[in-house]
Design a binder for this molecule. Structure first.
Ligand SMILES: Nc1ncnc2c1ncn2[C@@H]1O[C@H](COP(=O)(O)OP(=O)(O)O)[C@@H](O)[C@H]1O
Ligand SMILES: [Mg+2]
Length: 390
C-alpha cells in the first residue's frame, strides 16, 4: 500500500518506527508535514495540495496530530476522508478525544467507568461542584493539557477554589475530578489497534508525585491486562471513533476508570517496556483495512425489495433477553442474524441455540418493515405537555 504518515516531527521515535515498520513490510511510505498542506475546495471533487503541488494518490493516511495544530490538522484529515483515503482515526475521532470535556461527555453516556467529573464556568458554582465529585482532595485539569501539564491536585477547598479562580481568570476552562486515591500514583496505558489491545503498560509516578506521566519522571512496566481492562479499553476507543488509540485508565476499587483516550499515542514507552513491535501491528492493521475495507452494510439497504440490513439493540427490558435465537421469533418474522456483537466479542452466523443477552447488538438481514418495528423508540426527555382543562 501507499501510506502517508501525517506528522510534524519525522524524526521522533514514534514516527520513525512507524515508517520503518511500513518499509520493512514492503509498503511505500512518506512522512508528510501536516502544516504544509493546502486544502483545495475550488474544484468539483475534494483535493489536497502538498508544498504547493497536487498530492499524489495514497491508499491510507496515519494521522499523528499533536494538540498544537489541532484545528488545521483535523481539517487535513477530514479532507483525506472526503477523498476516500482510508484513515484509522477520523477527524471526528481525533477532535472527540482531544478535548477532555468532550471525551468525558461522550464516554459518560456509555457504561464505561470514568472518575466522577464536573465542569464549572461560574466561580460561585465551584463549591457545589467539588461536593458533587465527593469533596476534596480533587484533581483539576485544563481541558487540553497533555503530558501531565495542567493537571493539579488540590488538597483543600480553599486551595481548589484559588486554583480554579486563577485559571478561569486567564480564560482557561477546567474540569474538576474526583481524586482516585486507591490508584496510588499509577495508571494503565493500553494500546488499542482495531478491536484488540496489542500491548499494555503500567506507569508509576516518581516519589510523592501523583501524575504517572513519563514526562513527569514516571517509570513503566509491561503488564498482562486483566480482561475487564481490556474490554473497557477497546470499547472506549470504539466509542471515541478511533482504531488506533492509547487508552489511559486508573485502577479504581470497582475496576477500570477511563481518564483519557489518546489519538496519537507515543510508542517509545510501550515498545521499550514490552519489547513488542507495536508499530508493526498498527501498519498491519491499516494494510488489512485497505485490502478488505469494512463494508458499511447499512448503506446498502435495498429499498426496492423491502429487504435490507439493520442493527438491532437488545435492550435490558426486551422480551428477547434470555431467549435462544431459535425461540426469539426473529426467524418467523423473516429476520436473519448475520452477526451478534457482545461487548467486544463478535459472533458471525450465531447458532440457533445461542442465548441473547441484554446489550447484545444484532446485525440483521430481513424485511425492513419487521425490523423497523423492533427498533426501540427514542427515549423522550423534557417537560410533558400538560393538557389544558376546560
Ligand atoms: N482523577 C485522578 N485521580 C488520580 N490520579 C489522576 C487523576 N487524573 C489524573 N491523574 C494522574 O495524572 C496523570 C495525568 O492526567 P491526564 O488526565 O492523563 O492528563 P494528561 O493529558 O496531561 O496526561 C495521569 O496519568 C494520572 O497518573
Ligand atoms: Mg495522560
Amino acid at each position: 500500500m501507499k501510506l502517508a504518515i501525517l506528522s510534524r516531527s519525522p524524526h521522533s521515535y514514534s514516527t520513525s518506527r512507524l515508517k520503518e515498520a511500513a518499509l520493512e513490510r514492503g509498503h511505500y511510505c512518506k512522512v508528510l508535514n501536516t502544516l504544509r498542506f493546502a486544502i483545495d475546495l475550488s474544484g468539483n471533487s475534494p483535493d489536497l495540495q502538498f508544498r504547493g503541488k497536487s498530492l499524489s494518490y495514497y491508499d491510507a493516511v496515519l494521522p499523528r496530530i499533536g494538540t498544537s495544530i489541532g484545528y488545521f490538522g483535523t481539517a487535513v484529515v477530514r479532507q483525506f476522508e472526503q477523498m476516500d483515503v482510508y484513515t484509522p482515526n477520523t477527524a471526528n475521532g481525533i477532535s472527540n478525544s482531544r478535548d477532555k470535556l468532550r471525551a468525558t461527555q461522550i464516554l459518560s453516556r456509555h457504561d464505561i467507568g470514568i472518575p466522577a467529573t464536573t465542569f464549572v464556568r461560574d466561580i460561585k458554582d465551584i463549591k457545589a461542584a467539588i461536593a458533587r465529585v465527593g469533596g476534596v482532595p480533587v484533581v483539576i485539569k485544563l481541558l487540553e493539557g497533555t503530558q501531565g501539564i495542567g493537571v493539579i491536585l488540590a488538597p483543600e477547598l480553599k486551595i481548589a477554589e484559588a486554583i480554579i479562580e486563577t485559571l478561569q481568570s486567564t480564560k482557561q476552562n477546567v474540569l474538576v475530578q474526583k481524586f482516585i486515591a486507591e490508584s496510588k500514583g499509577r495508571d494503565i496505558r493500553a494500546l488499542v489497534v482495531g478491536d484488540r489491545v496489542v500491548g499494555a503498560i503500567r506507569r508509576m509516578a516518581k516519589g510523592d508525585e501523583f501524575r504517572s506521566n513519563v514526562h513527569r519522571g514516571g517509570s513503566t512496566e509491561a503488564i498482562k491486562l486483566d480482561p475487564a481492562y481490556e474490554r473497557t479499553a477497546v470499547r472506549a476507543a470504539q466509542i471515541m471513533g478511533l482504531k488506533v488509540a492509547g487508552v489511559d485508565m486508573l485502577e479504581g476499587d470497582e475496576g477500570p476508570l477511563v481518564m483519557e483516550v489518546n489519538s496519537s499515542p507515543g510508542l517509545e514507552g510501550i515498545e521499550k517496556a514490552t519489547g513488542l513491535d507495536i508499530a508493526g501491528s498498527i501498519i498491519d492493521y491499516i494494510a488489512n483495512q485497505v485490502d478488505f475495507p469494512e463494508l458499511d452494510v447499512r448503506q446498502r439497504l435495498s429499498i426496492s425489495t423491502g429487504y435490507g440490513v439493520a442493527e438491532l439493540l437488545v435492550k435490558e427490558d426486551s422480551h428477547l433477553v434470555g431467549k435462544s435465537i431459535a425461540d426469539s421469533g426473529l426467524k418467523e418474522n423473516d429476520i436473519t442474524i448475520l452477526t451478534l456483537h457482545r461487548e467486544t466479542e463478535v459472533f458471525p452466523n450465531p447458532r440457533d441455540d445461542k442465548v441473547l443477552e441484554s446489550h447484545d447488538r444484532l446485525l440483521c438481514f430481513g424485511r425492513l418493515e419487521s425490523m423497523r418495528s423492533m427498533i426501540p423508540k427514542r427515549r423522550k426527555k423534557g417537560p410533558k405537555i400538560k393538557k389544558l382543562h376546560g
